[in-house]
Design a protein around this ligand. Structure first.
Ligand code: ADP
Length: 209
């Protein structure tokens, strides 16, 4: 089986950019956010348990989850959020496991990258990953990047950040830290290549000879 590398970071830290760089070097990237979205599109595996357990009014006429309504309810009520996560997170993990099996059997990818925004928020990941990379930067930089990327007001970004793990909680999970504060995008790509080579060397040295 291929080495399993988790990447996490707060919103705007640069984790998707880092995951894309790993993909450029031939790594297979599993995107937990994309899986979460696909589960809640019409026909997705999350739709019927959400309708049954949380209410059919959360499902749009086209059969997809009403994301705006769900997001607002989850923001207001932590118990509601926990119930939604109780449905979606096991499904997300199951799909991630399936993609990992597929990547290990059907691709030449030297590493499988698990892009998991909420890795630090759950204790479920440590047994599923060989190494964890945390992409880190100052909070004010996170806000500036997300403002530029999504044109969201600062207060909305701060509200999202308040629901995520703190930088310290995240850093405690790290085997490797990519400090993406002062780097240009080009320099970040170079750092990722350096880390890629180290990870490969690291795993090769552990293989039985
Ligand atoms: P995340 O996936 O952690 O939310 P992204 O990788 O999407 O973050 O990065 C957020 C935004 O910041 C993107 O528009 C990205 O191009 C930009 N960005 C990330 N790192 C840098 C950097 N070192 N220099 C300039 N822009 C960056």
């Amino acid at each position: 089986m291929r080495p399993r590398i988790g990447i996490t970071g707060g919103i705007g830290s640069g984790k998707s950019t880092v995951a894309q760089s790993f993909a450029q070097w031939g790594c297979h990237v599993i995107d937990a956010d994309q899986i979460a979205r696909s589960l809640t599109l019409a026909g997705g595996a999350g739709i019927s348990p959400i309708a049954a357990q949380m209410g059919a009014h959360f499902i749009n006429a086209d059969g997809a989850l009403d994301r705006a309504q769900m997001r607002e309810a989850a923001f207001r009520d932590p118990a509601f959020k926990a119930q939604l996560e109780g449905i979606l997170h096991p499904l997300i993990r199951q799909h991630i496991d399936q993609q990992y099996q597929y990547a290990s059997s059907n691709t030449d990818a030297p590493l499988v990258i698990f892009d998991i925004p909420l890795l630090a928020e759950s204790s479920q990941w440590s047994a599923r990953l060989d190494q964890v990379i945390v992409v880190d930067c100052l909070e004010r930089t996170q806000i500036a990047r997300v403002q530029q990327r999504n044109q969201l007001p600062e207060s909305a970004i701060e509200a999202i950040m308040a629901q995520q793990a703190s930088r310290l909680q995240r850093l405690r999970k790290a085997d490797w830290v990519l400090w993406n504060e002062t780097l240009s995008l080009q320099a970040l790509g170079d750092e990722v290549f350096d880390l890629y080579n180290r990870l490969i060397a690291n795993f090769r040295s552990r293989q039985p000879h």
